[in-house]
Ligand binder design. Sequence first.
Ligand code: NIG
Ligand code: FE
Length: 415
Amino acid sequence: MRTLLKNIGCIQTPVGSHPHRGKEQGENVKYFNAAIAMEDGVITEITSDGKLPEGDFDIEYNAGGKLVTPGLVDGHTHLVFGGYRQHELAMKLAGADYLDILKAGGGIIDTVRKTREADKSELYIKSAGFLDEMIGMGVTTCEAKSGYGLTTECEIKMLKVIRDLNARHYMDVVATFMGPHAVPPEYEGRGDEYIDMVCSEMLPAVKEDKLAEFCDVFCEDSVFNAEQSRRYLECARNMGFGLKVHADEIEAIGGSELAGELGAVSAEHLIAITEAGMDALAEGGTIAMCLPATSFYLGKTFAPARRMIEKEIPVAIASDFNPGSCPSLNLQFAMNLGCIKYRMTPEEVLTAVTINPACGIGKGETVGTIEPGKQGDLVIWNAPDFEMVCYRFGSNMVNRVIKCGELVDRRRRVK
Ligand code: NIG
Ligand code: FE
């Protein structure tokens, strides 16, 4: 099947399959008056200056002179969860802070209760709805974490939902196991024993059924300390999982240092990261997965993304969609915040939502740029240039989305 996307006003894309750091973070190429040829869902040729690819095509799409970028990659989500937590809004407005709510048995633990109660099909239908919304906003690949089960059975249930979503939905979904997301009520005050159980029971079960590529942990004051996080991450690494760390979200307790030292693929949040933490990420080649919409929603400061770019750390921007600290799946809003709060240029932001997160979830070879050999995942924007996308906020700036060479239907997104 040969597909052509023609009449593209401008293609803007990073180039290559590796994490982009430093100056390269801000380097995009542009093709004007361009066209993209695809065969069986893979890009075969890019032309510019009014030239068209040779040959016949089974399907031709017309971009109407608009901007085209690679499909966006949301590298950090907590996509699957039972219930919502809108009641926490009143608590927040009354002054309760995020960790206080968690310590009082609410927060993540509240979602754990609701996720344990939900059956697989209920979770599947709800999460597929989120994916529909995300793809309509330009995201064609995402990561999804478990971590609202906190029993082997319920963590496996969540990961199977993620597996089924990846198989049936247009969206490519990469699974991360996050058993140590919180200490479950049954293990209250016994975090070490919980980590023992995660290592001896959960990780082998996840491995056995090949249900996740990555493992993550919430390394945070009063959740899992650096020593517990290290024990778990070393165990996961020995079993062949890629590593991710929720690090320095609220307090810097050594999470970034650990991520860098263990060669984690990414460290995520990093609101409170120190200079030493940044040095460790640079040293370890670890991608900084920054989540500005979470800073916004928690009313916190913003991760020092500019400093990280200066220090040659590859920066990615993701939504962190979850029912507590960021109940928004709008990656475009996070991109706006990337410019306004992180002071990143539109070019740096495009890299941060395409090739860098793609590398952060093991997909750098297949998605994240518009180049021959990459998957035909494209966004046609209601904009002449990417600057317009970063400048407008609060609207969905997507015109249409192409996934593996195929136009995504506006209403029905399952394959
Ligand atoms: O990335 N920090 C830990 N996990 C999520 C929040 C989860 C929740 O509140 O439900 C986060 O912010
Ligand atoms: Fe998170």
